[in-house]
Design a protein around this ligand. Sequence first.
Ligand code: SF4
Length: 315
Amino acid sequence: MKRSKAAGAKDAGAASPRKAAGSAGASRKAAARPARPESRLALVRRARRINRELAEVYPYAHPELDFENSFQLLVATVLSAQTTDLRVNQTTPALFAAYPTPEDMAAADPEALEQLIRPTGFFRAKAKSLLGLSAALRDRFGGEVPGRLEDLVTLPGVGRKTANVVLGNAFGVPGLTVDTHFGRLVRRWKWTGEEDPEKVEAQIAALFPKSEWTMLSHRIIFHGRRVCHARKPACGACPIAPLCPSYGEGETDPDKAKKLLKYELGGQPGQRLRPPADYPGRPAAPLGATAAAEATSAAEVTAPADATSPAGVGE
Ligand code: SF4
């Protein structure tokens, strides 16, 4: 089952319509009955089943930012606000070559730093955050990225979302990444009705064991980027349609829905220039390589989880 689904994930359009068709039948049945509120137990079971299904569809789910150490992941995550991971990945090779350590970045000429990160947008505010967090790492943490949430959130431009990304992926500490995709999908699935990222995080954390948090975040974000888009969810090609109370919010025609799939599910390059070995898609192209490759994910922008942050940067 695992292998065939994994292979099927490359061609979700082949596997999904069967499930989506089942979903349409289920929707009709549901419409015939008066709606009953879902019990807590039923919600937990459905949520965990969605997680298991997503694990089979995306066995290769991973962070889509290129990084080699915790400092690079921290910087890349700060840069990812209001732009695509692809754009960040195309920008960071030159940035990390110029400033490989917090000490190097803290001593950077602000204008030179701004120019290097300019393609990620909001470059003045982001440069300020990078200079501030690098100086803080140098002065308060011995040039190392701290492995505790309470320390990470004291760094300029770093909120809970960025801290959880770093903890989960550089330190192996379980964390939920409540970004724009995560929030949208868990609300569509009626796992929560909250809008505030911290409340969303707390409610979803209560549905799953801690050990699942980091991979659950990757799977949800993968699904949001590939299938369950903000404006046009591909319901007719969605492998979890039978479990989704929002089935029908997007395109239900299987053929039309299949055309909406993105990245490896849509036969397009992924976001990483250096994806993991088990990634079934193609790597992204470097900055300026081809306009088409760069445009692949231009519509999928990761908005900050915390809109109260200055200039929307970092969190
Ligand atoms: S809204 Fe549509 S695309 Fe999103 S999870 Fe539900 S069925 Fe799938």
